[in-house]
Design a protein around this ligand. Sequence first.
Ligand code: FES
Length: 87
Amino acid sequence: MVIEVCVGSSCYIRGAPAVIAILQSLISKYGLEEKVILKGSFCMQQCTQGVTVRIDGSIRSGLSKEDASRLFHHIVLPSLEAMGGEE
Ligand code: FES
């Protein structure tokens, strides 16, 4: 799974570094370094009131740093389980 966090200027100002830090720490907490690639991306043309993240090609925008852990638990973990990797 690839998670890209926009680090364009709008998202950067609205908290992209914090979102990356939270996702990074959750990835290592769950030992998912081999399954999840976390990387920065250029502006995805979805600049809103929050940070834009793309997970395996699907874009979510307007995220706050509080949304980062929700995103991880509600989207990342379940999709990894659906892929049959997580046990
Ligand atoms: S700066 Fe992140 S979508 Fe534009």
